[in-house]
Design a protein around this ligand. Sequence first.
Ligand code: SF4
Ligand code: SF4
Length: 234
Amino acid sequence: MPLDLSGKQYKDVPYEEKERLFEEVKRDFRFDEYLYGCYECGICTAACPSARFYDFSPRKIAQTAARQDVELFYVFMNDSVWDCSQCFSCDRCPRKNSPGGLITLMREVAVKNGLDSAKEAIEGYGRVVFKIMSTGTQVSPDMLQANAFPDWGPHVKDIAENLDVWRRALPPETMHTTESSWQVDSKTITELYLIWHMTGVMDMIKEVDEGLFMILQDVMEEKLEDEGYDVSFD
Ligand code: SF4
Ligand code: SF4
């Protein structure tokens, strides 16, 4: 769908609110390293894989931030930044900008402020986020189910039914697991839970998905209590 840059979809959002979010992005200590100005050369967009498939342009996002166009910046923060695959091919910018880094900041501010667009963007990934944050590893083998991934071809069913055997055939022992991609030791997972708590990651999850926050909270508080930490995520 073509991106609507007119801003009319957000005409009811007060200018002051859009400006507040723009200033929040600018206040981040990384902002000055991600944007030094923009030649408008388009090299970033030429290098960007997402620009080939979506109505998406890191050049326009960098330009908009450099020109301090608050209205358009708000449109991009809601409707465009989620198309970035965070590959950082755009870091070849001759002005030494990092449009992908700038987009990271915009996403973070969108999540921290609980924007509806941020909630919609992560809606389909709750199961994946839960898996990553509860086990400390990426998407796990037991998620490879025919009903979840019908487009992965006819062998998914066979693999899912004999997953245990397939996993035990892998050489490293740490990969003989079906519930996680590899075995994460108890000390590491404890440290990850503490980091996510202390750095505000759990607050961000709460802002965009209260249900996901609650099930993660149960898992994490119980584990930390077992390890002797008295931590509350509320
Ligand atoms: S961000 Fe860099 S690569 Fe992209 S248009 Fe601006 S100067 Fe060119
Ligand atoms: S980080 Fe985002 S904007 Fe930059 S090249 Fe990759 S997909 Fe494009």
